[in-house]
Design a protein around this ligand. Structure first.
Ligand code: SAM
Length: 278
């Protein structure tokens, strides 16, 4: 008998994959956590039944949430990552040559511990000399660290549970204060096909506090609809402009960097409908 896992991406749409085994299932103080071994994507981390990351396609999301800002800021030395407890975004930060320090603030220690056990490709970053790993609420952390960071990346779950506050305007205001005067904020803002409301929240909230606010896209097979968005707020530099041409990874390269900001009409339509009154 075949065993399948299904994520209900909408009440009417399931994403299913055949699994070899279930490796871990538990209820943490914040969410339901599972690790399954899938035939198509290798190991898969699930939180509250949603795909967070997989062995096979993790590099797309982690390279794109981090390297667009890293490669459009001239001196990305001090990085803050909110969420990201699997370690993939932190890996991208610490391997960038200009980064001197990367701090990860994850609210759920169990995500970090489980990633250490099952996702060594991602969690190896936790022990990097440039890395600092803190278990705390990112909402509170940014209030206590003013004008410290060159880049803040919010690698959060969708707006449920402790992540709800990470999509509010006051959090974006506090991130703006936590950034240096030329800093950048990048947040994962979900799927243009299924989560236009989340894109609206992120884009409208960020554009209240940042002079430059832009959206870019990447294709991620295991995320709802396969098309994913990131919203970036910048206090000075143009996030669309890659500064180095020799920064090439498995998905990210300077050409993809530029192309990611070219938006299809339906995504432009979502942004056009947002009043960005500041
Ligand atoms: N790439 C995934 C996505 O796009 O959905 C996100 C992966 S990462 C595992 C998401 C992390 O955000 C979770 O581990 C969750 O515990 C963490 N998180 C949620 N709310 C948080 C908060 N307020 N402060 C810090 N971490 C938070």
């Amino acid at each position: 008998m075949d065993l399948w896992f299904t994520e209900y991406q909408t009440p009417a749409l399931g994403f299913s994959c055949k699994i070899n085994s279930t490796l871990r299932v538990e209820q943490t103080p914040y969410q339901h956590l599972a690790v399954i071994d899938t035939q198509q994507f290798g190991r898969m981390l699930l939180l509250d039944g949603m795909v967070m990351t997989t062995d096979v396609d993790e590099y797309v999301y982690h390279e794109m949430i981090m390297n667009v800002a890293l490669n459009s800021h001239p001196a990305p030395e001090n990085i803050l990552i909110i969420g990201g407890g699997d370690g993939g975004t932190l890996r991208e930060a610490v391997r960038h040559p200009l980064v001197k320090k990367a701090t990860l603030v994850e609210i759920d220690a169990r995500v970090i511990e489980v990633s250490r056990e099952y996702f060594p490709k991602l969690s190896g970053a936790f022990d990097h000399p440039k890395a600092s790993v803190i278990v705390a609420d990112g909402v509170e952390y940014v209030k206590e660290h003013i004008h410290e960071y060159d880049i803040i990346a919010v690698d959060s779950t969708e707006p449920v549970g402790p992540a709800i506050a990470l999509f509010r305007p006051e959090f974006y205001r506090d991130c703006e204060s936590s950034l240096k005067e030329d800093g950048m904020l990048v947040v994962q803002s979900e799927s243009p096909f299924f989560n236009g409301d989340v894109i609206e929240m992120a884009y409208a909230g960020i554009s209240q506090y940042f002079p430059v606010t832009k959206l870019y896209l990447a294709s991620i097979p295991t995320y709802p609809s396969g098309l994913w968005s990131f919203t970036v707020g910048s206090k000075r530099y143009d996030p669309e402009r890659p500064l180095s041409t020799d920064h090439k990874l498995r998905y990210y390269n300077p050409e993809i960097h530029r192309a990611a900001f070219v938006l299809p009409g339906m995504v432009r339509g979502i942004l056009a409908g947002i009043s960005t009154s500041r």
